[in-house]
Write a protein that binds this ligand. Structure first.
Ligand SMILES: [Fe+2]
Length: 255
């Protein structure tokens, strides 16, 4: 019997930013995972900035933390794991060397898996507008994936946009307008139900024909607004999405 269209529960966590097993971020990640497990999800997604520097040691810590989860755990690289988005004046940008290092430690930076009839497409958002050869490879990969039949969920780190589809770029946070438009045009009419991202360290929700949701962090919220830490559980069918925000206690000293 086809599983296409069955309701699917996703635990979506992001921006874990840990370095060591005894740091607050790692402990909060573990607390968030325990809470997420109690919601009995079918699948776990992690929206990048898993680690603070993308080192082998940090990657090993991540894999150790998820080894007992007997459900799929899908994840993408964030700027801390693989390098910043390329734009003028920014240092520490993504390079082919950093991509190779990430792949060595974490595995592929873009890939797809089908679970419960949903095609999950994991993309390396740091590649967008990078001009690297891997950017073209990823774009061809995305086009092929969008031809797969059935509903699709896209996981990236940097959101495509924060407030509106035609907002300007030139900043650290979103995708540049040109590549954003190219991707949004590609996604249209292809059964994409959600584009899930992280990076913003706060919950952001936009709806076009597609839900665009940026997950809050498990590590620390954006300081100036103190929205805090947490994660999101989504219950998804091809025609409907409900989501709920879960809080994670902060171990950091309160201001
Ligand atoms: Fe982050």
């Amino acid at each position: 019997m086809s599983q296409v269209g069955k309701p699917l529960r996703i635990a979506f966590l992001s921006d874990t930013h840990f370095v060591e097993a005894d740091d607050f971020n790692y402990k909060q990640w573990q607390m968030a995972l325990e809470k997420a497990k109690s919601t009995d999800p079918d699948i776990y997604l992690v929206g990048g900035d898993i680690t603070n520097s993308g080192s082998k040691k940090e990657a090993e810590l991540f894999f150790a933390s998820i080894k007992d989860i007997n459900k799929p755990v899908l994840f993408v690289p964030g700027n801390h794991d693989i390098g910043n988005k390329v734009f003028e004046g920014v240092e520490g940008t993504i390079t082919s060397e950093r991509i190779a290092y990430y792949r060595e430690n974490f595995g592929p930076d873009f890939y797809a898996e089908n679970h419960h009839g949903y095609q999950f497409i994991m993309l390396n958002s740091q590649l967008f507008q990078s001009g690297l050869p891997e950017e073209k490879e990823q774009m061809s990969f995305l086009k092929k994936q969008l031809e797969v039949e059935g509903p699709k969920i896209i996981l990236i780190h940097n959101p495509l946009f924060l407030n509106c589809v035609d907002e300007p770029g030139g900043n650290y946070w979103n995708a540049e307008p040109e590549v954003r438009k190219e991707i949004l045009d590609l996604l249209a009419g292809k059964g994409v139900v959600a584009v899930l991202s992280g990076h913003m360290h706060k919950l952001i929700v936009n709806c076009t024909d597609i839900l665009h949701l940026s997950c809050p962090p498990t590590s620390f919220g954006v300081p100036e607004i103190h929205l805090g830490q947490g994660f999101v559980v989504l219950d998804v069918t091809p025609s409907n999405i409900h989501f709920q925000l879960y809080h994670v206690e902060s171990l950091y000293e309160k201001p």
